[in-house]
Design a protein around this ligand. Structure first.
Ligand SMILES: NC(=O)c1ccc[n+]([C@@H]2O[C@H](COP(=O)([O-])OP(=O)(O)OC[C@H]3O[C@@H](n4cnc5c(N)ncnc54)[C@H](OP(=O)(O)O)[C@@H]3O)[C@@H](O)[C@H]2O)c1
Length: 287
C-alpha cells in the first residue's frame, strides 16, 4: 500500500517513523509547502497514494494569533486540498486535530459529538480543517488529541526537561487541565488504524485519543521532574505554581479540555499506561 505521511520532521510523524513499523513515504515542508496549497494537489496527483496521514500543521498557537493567513493556508486550505483528493480517489484520510477546538466550558470530559467553539486562531483553523474533511471525505478518521509530547523537537516535555537540567526557574499553571498524550502512543494508535484500513475496513468518524490521565500543567511538570530525579538526571527541582491570569501569553485557551476516549476503544487496542510510565518511556530515549 502506498502511504503518504505529511509532516515528516514533526514529533508525531517522527514517532510514526521510529516507534512503529509503518512503511510509508514521509513528506516534509521542503518537499511540499502547505503555504502554497496548489502544491499539495500537484504532489498527491503525482504520487497517487492509497492512504494519506496528515501530521502537518501550523502548530504555534501564539504565532497563529498574528499570522492567521499562514495558519489558514496550512490548517484549512491545504487540508481541503488533501480531503478533496482523498474523496476523488475514494481513499482514506487520517487527519489529526486538537482539544483546542473546544472552549473548555464543559465540566466533564468532551465526547466527539460535543459542539466545538474554539477560543483562539489556531483552534479556529483546526476546527475549519476538520469541517473540510467532514464536507468532502467519506472515508476518514479525524483523531483529536491534546498536549502531545515526545523527545523530538521543542515540545512541552523537552522544554521542561532542558529547563530542569539547566536549573532554570520553572513555572507551571495549576488552573489549566487536559490529558497529556505521548506522541509514541498516538503513533501506535494510528498504525493500528492503518493496519485495519489495509485489511479492508472502512473507517468514518471523529475520535478522541489522549493519555489516560487528566492533569494540570503544574502536575505534568512535577511528574516530568520526578521521573528525571528517579533516573538521577537531576538531583533536585523546584517548580513555582502560577495561574493563567498572571502568567498568560495573551492567547485564550480552554481552562479544562479533557477527553472521553471511549469511542476509539472500539477501533484500537489501547494500552492503559499511567502518565508517569509514558513519560519514563520518552525520557529513556533522551538519555
Ligand atoms: N503538539 C501538541 O501539543 C498538539 C496537541 C493537539 C493536537 N496536535 C496536532 O497533532 C498534529 C501533529 O502535531 P506535532 O506536535 O507533531 O506538530 P509539530 O511537531 O509542530 O510538526 C508539525 C509539522 O508540520 C509540518 N509543517 C509545518 N509547516 C508546514 C508547511 N508550510 N508545509 C508543509 N508542512 C508543514 C512540518 O513538517 P516538516 O518539519 O517535515 O517540514 C512540521 O514539522 C497536528 O495536527 C497538531 O495540530 C498537536
Amino acid at each position: 500500500m502506498n502511504i503518504i505521511v505529511f509532516g515528516k520532521n514533526g514529533q508525531l510523524a517522527k514517532s510514526l517513523r521510529n516507534q512503529t513499523d509503518l512503511n510509508a513515504q514521509f513528506v516534509s515542508s521542503s518537499d511540499v509547502n502547505f503555504l502554497k496549497p496548489r502544491e499539495v494537489t500537484n504532489f498527491l496527483e503525482g504520487s497517487d497514494p492509497d492512504l494519506v496521514i496528515n501530521c502537518s500543521a501550523y502548530t504555534n498557537v501564539v504565532a497563529a494569533e498574528s499570522d492567521e493567513n499562514s495558519a489558514h493556508k496550512i490548517n484549512v486550505e491545504s487540508v481541503e486540498r488533501i480531503a478533496k483528493f482523498c474523496a476523488f480517489k475514494d481513499i482514506h484520510l487520517i487527519h489529526i486535530s486538537t482539544e483546542l477546538v473546544f472552549d473548555g466550558k464543559k465540566k466533564q470530559p468532551y465526547v466527539e459529538s460535543d459542539d466545538t467553539n474554539p477560543l483562539n486562531v489556531y483552534g479556529k483553523t483546526k476546527e475549519l480543517g476538520e469541517k473540510k474533511v467532514l464536507a468532502h471525505c467519506k472515508k476518514y478518521a479525524i483523531l483529536r488529541t491534546s498536549w502531545l509530547y515526545s523527545h523530538y523537537g521543542e515540545n512541552f516535555l523537552m522544554k521542561i526537561y532542558k529547563a530542569a537540567l539547566n536549573k532554570d526557574a520553572i513555572f507551571g499553571v495549576s488552573d489549566r487541565h487536559a490529558n497529556p498524550t505521548s506522541a509514541f502512543d498516538l503513533a501506535r494508535a494510528i498504525n493500528q488504524i492503518t493496519n485495519q484500513i489495509k485489511n479492508g475496513k472502512d473507517i468514518k468518524g471523529i475520535y478522541h485519543y489522549a493519555g489516560s490521565e487528566s492533569t494540570s500543567r503544574f502536575r505534568f511538570i512535577q511528574i516530568i521532574c520526578e521521573a528525571m530525579k528517579e533516573k538521577s538526571i537531576i538531583n533536585e527541582f523546584s517548580i513555582q505554581e502560577s495561574f493563567t491570569n498572571t502568567s498568560s501569553d495573551g492567547v485564550m485557551r480552554p481552562e479544562t479540555a479533557t477527553f472521553d476516549c471511549s469511542k476509539i476503544k472500539s477501533l484500537v487496542d489501547l494500552e492503559q499506561k499511567t502518565l508517569k510510565n509514558c513519560i519514563n518511556e520518552v525520557i529513556d530515549y533522551i538519555k
